[in-house]
Design a protein around this ligand. Sequence first.
Ligand SMILES: CC(C)(COP(=O)(O)OP(=O)(O)OC[C@H]1O[C@@H](n2cnc3c(N)ncnc32)[C@H](O)[C@@H]1OP(=O)(O)O)[C@@H](O)C(=O)NCCC(=O)NCCS
Length: 209
Amino acid sequence: MLTATPHPFSVFPMSFSVVEVPSKEHAHFESCKKIRLEVFVEEQGVDADSELDDIDDHAQHFLITWKADSGENEIPVATMRMFSYDVPEQSGNLVLKMGRIAVVKSFRKHGLGRKLLEVAEHYAVSRSAEQQKPGVFLYLHSQSDKHGFYTRFGYSVVRSAAQLDELRDGKLIKEPDELELKSLEFVEDGILHVRMAKYIPCPFDQRKC
Ligand SMILES: CC(C)(COP(=O)(O)OP(=O)(O)OC[C@H]1O[C@@H](n2cnc3c(N)ncnc32)[C@H](O)[C@@H]1OP(=O)(O)O)[C@@H](O)C(=O)NCCC(=O)NCCS
């Protein structure tokens, strides 16, 4: 029987729980899907056929549920996914791409977006340590008007592959001004996006020697 795998950070203030959903076959994947259809398809007008794609077959999904103090039912309120991303020139680092980050409308601005990123980063660092990598690149296509959300958590808008090396070396990447941001935008699923990334070095003591 498939059961939910509680995340180490599974319970935090208020009645929220985080569930790791390792495959599409997991019982909680339907909840991730429900949130994505509500947020991306119904709210943002993304085509349903492109919203659910083959990447779901091999991605690691995350789900946050909420339970009212008085209620029995857990309500799915936030989700995202993460998957291996093949970029050859990353000096042996793990590269993961994050996407489909969504919090249902009535639960926004309560720290759930932040929690999703924390959980995903914890997962990424653990994978990096397991694989004895020096660190992990987290890569994403951010909706252009959401890039400020990711910037708050240390993600930078990247202009070129060379800037990934700068990130790895701990150099600060200058935030683009409004004009430059426009020049970096591209359309995906009918929405303007920009490329963003963050590098997290894996502490040596977490790597297996
Ligand atoms: C973007 C999104 C995931 C943020 O989730 P959230 O739960 O509202 O975010 P949080 O409450 O955790 O916010 C954390 C911080 O980011 C800030 N923030 C949230 N949305 C932001 C935005 N669009 N732009 C800039 N900052 C933002 C918050 O003010 C907060 O700042 P603080 O720590 O200084 O208080 C959510 O708005 C969402 O699901 N939107 C629709 C789907 C979507 O567009 N996803 C992104 C695809 S790239």
